[in-house]
Design a protein around this ligand. Structure first.
Ligand code: PGA
Length: 255
């Protein structure tokens, strides 16, 4: 973390978990545990049908509720999709885009991730843009090239001014939901590569101001070490965001 330069953001990604009633119960449980922890932003990204219940429960607290994806069109014949205009009309400010599960199971590519990112930003949303290498890429020693290229492709056409609404989540695919975590050194190094790529695209000032999270089996035990690294500005948390005490411990580590 480097709180003098940029905001630390701890975001939960609930994935396909929690009914509205479960979300209400969870937010009510976690709310007092993270109250007053002002050194980081606290966000939970929820399934579409759970957002309203989570927002209601989070009212008056420091918790913000986001979505887990967004389509790039404003409206039209896209069965099953939700637009940025619909999300903002529901008071949703944050959205995850490009999560590896979307890329892996639902055919999303850097091109569609880029379209979604531009649509969300144009609608005034804040984007948590996910990228990261798969295991074979890390083992082949091409992680730096892969994340640099993803950064460039996913942000194609995004302006320097819009970057104030972009958070990048570096998520090595081999670490997501596997219990394997990047070492703090690996996380620091690759977040550094992303920051260097941002500097080449947008200049030092934008690069230094952009929050870059680590994600991939971040939990209550390893969060402290990861967040201690100067280029790791927070976490995108899956499994541990479903357990109030674990999530609280990660928020504590960010204080
Ligand atoms: P995990 O998920 O913390 O369960 O590994 C992280 C993510 O998918 O964002």
């Amino acid at each position: 973390m480097n709180p003098t330069k940029r905001r630390t953001v701890i975001a939960g990604n609930w994935k396909m978990n929690f009914t509205p009633a479960e979300a209400t119960a969870f937010i009510n449980e976690v709310k007092p545990l993270v109250a007053g922890k002002d050194n980081c932003d606290v966000i939970f990204c929820a399934p579409y049908v759970t957002i309203a219940a989570a927002q209601e429960a989070a009212k008056g607290s420091n918790i913000k509720i986001g979505a887990e994806n967004v389509h790039f069109a404003e409206k039209g014949a896209y069965t099953g999709e939700v637009s940025a205009q619909m999300l903002t009309a529901c008071g949703v400010e944050y959205v995850i885009i490009g999560h590896s599960e979307r890329r892996q199971y639902f055919g999303e590519t850097d091109e569609t991730v880029n379209l979604r990112t531009k649509a969300a930003l144009a609608a005034g949303m804040k984007v948590i843009l996910c990228l990261g290498e798969v295991k074979e890429q890390r083992l082949s020693g091409i992680t730096d090239e892969v994340v640099a290229m993803q950064t460039k492709l996913d942000l194609l056409g995004v302006t320097a001014d819009q970057m104030k609404n972009v958070i990048i989540a570096y998520e090595p695919v081999w670490a997501i939901g596997t219990g394997l975590t990047a070492t703090p050194e690996q996380a620091e190094e690759t977040c550094g590569v992303i920051r260097k790529t941002l500097a080449a695209l947008y200049g030092e000032e934008v690069a230094e101001a952009t929050t870059i999270q680590y994600g991939g089996s971040m939990n209550e035990k390893n969060a402290g070490e990861l967040l201690a690294k100067p280029n790791v500005d927070g976490g995108l948390i899956g499994g541990a965001s479903l357990v109030a005490e674990k999530f609280k411990a990660i928020v504590d580590a960010a204080q």
